[in-house]
Design a protein around this ligand. Structure first.
Ligand code: SAM
Ligand code: SF4
Length: 337
């Protein structure tokens, strides 16, 4: 086990002087939905179960990362709530010295049942994906039904103190872009924080993405027509969103433009795939294997060394442009941060 105090003297900083304090952990690549912008209808060539990191292995990597300055963990997927006993992992991570924030990105289908145990285990907050408020559209976009379960999950998250609850909405022209105003009005009634995400090209969605893409600038113009928007800090810490509120509203609206480079400038994160590969940029091929060193007895010291070395290859920015495919995302685990 690592001496936290000694190792913490030199926190993780990349070659562009960005402190790395945030680790996103994909706990599974599988999902109980098939959102049109994210996964093919038939699913993906899933990671074989023996290759998926155990809770103990994930916790070892978290402990190593925490010893050199990582403070926030986000559990994601695939859909993280389909991983059995996820609350056990939350409790294990919550016990790691130095970790002061554990968050979850979920599609919300299983959140109502699991919110009490997750909150009791130490989960602090959730982001829930929700692209539409209409059941038929939900079924078309997610290729599975379940809108009422997601809404119940959001209510349960708020009831169990898993806030500020952020709602991630991927905007697609012709599919849900006529609902921007309905989502925005919710923030005037409830303490929910809606973030409109520009759709990105992944897997086989490239043609769809080109036609469906709506710029964050267009979204903001339309939101501004509903009432004056004031720039406000992100609810809970830094993130990639530009955030605004209407006068007197308990909630906020925000936009996330993953294709814009302002997303990169404040990048403080690295990602861990479900099979233990460290991913240094959302849009990049550079993946570093952490599972093999862990499984061959390297221990947490070896993980610290690899994390430090990886800082030399973390890119300054991504090189992805609209309509260009990303040759990535076997274990796509992102945005929504
Ligand atoms: N299953 C969980 C969920 O849906 O929140 C966590 C994983 S999901 C990959 C994380 C986030 O990525 C979600 O907010 C989802 O909407 C977003 N996302 C997935 N594919 C995307 C794409 N092509 N463009 C923009 N956002 C995308
Ligand atoms: Fe599953 Fe989330 Fe991807 Fe939708 S966005 S298919 S819920 S992983």
């Amino acid at each position: 086990m690592i001496d936290l105090i000694t190792a913490a003297a030199e926190p993780l900083v990349d070659a562009f002087r960005r402190p790395i304090t945030y680790l996103r952990v994909s706990v599974t690549d599988r999902c109980n939905l098939r959102c049109v912008y994210c996964m093919p209808e038939a699913g993906l060539p899933w990671i074989p179960k023996p290759d998926v990191l155990t809770f103990e292995e994930i916790t070892s990597i978290v402990r190593a990362a925490a010893s050199i300055g990582v403070r926030s963990i986000r559990l994601t997927g695939g859909e993280p709530l389909i991983r059995r006993d996820l609350d056990h992992l939350v409790a294990m991570i919550a016990a790691v010295p130095g970790i002061d924030d554990i968050a979850l990105s979920t599609n919300g289908l299983l959140l109502e049942q699991q919110a009490p145990a997750l909150a009791a285990a130490g989960l602090r907050r959730v982001n829930v994906s929700l692209d539409t408020l209409h059941e038929d559209r939900f079924t078309a976009i997610a290729r599975r039904p379940g809108l009422h379960r997601v809404l119940a999950g959001i209510d349960a998250a708020i009831a169990h103190g898993l806030g500020p609850v952020k709602i991630n909405c991927v905007v697609m022209r012709g599919a849900n872009d006529d609902e921007l105003e309905s989502f925005a009005r919710m923030t005037r009634e409830r303490a929910v924080h809606i973030r409109f995400i520009e759709v990105m090209p992944v897997h086989d969605n490239v043609e769809m993405q080109k036609d469906a893409w709506v710029s964050s600038d267009e979204v903001l113009t339309r939101l501004g027509a509903l009432g004056e928007l004031h720039a406000v800090p992100n609810p809970h810490g830094n993130g990639p969103a530009r955030t605004f509120a209407y006068d007197g509203a308990p909630g906020t609206v925000g936009v996330i433009s993953p294709l814009a480079h302002d997303y990169c400038e404040t990048c403080n994160r690295v990602r861990l795939s479900a099979d233990g590969r460290l991913k240094l940029c959302l849009f990049g091929d550079n993946m570093i294997d952490l599972r093999t060193p862990l499984r061959t007895g390297g221990g947490e010291e070896a993980i610290v060394d690899i994390l430090r070395a990886s800082m030399h290859v973390k890119p300054e920015r991504h090189h992805l442009d609209l309509g260009q495919t990303a040759s990535m995302m076997r274990a796509f685990s992102e945005i929504g941060g």
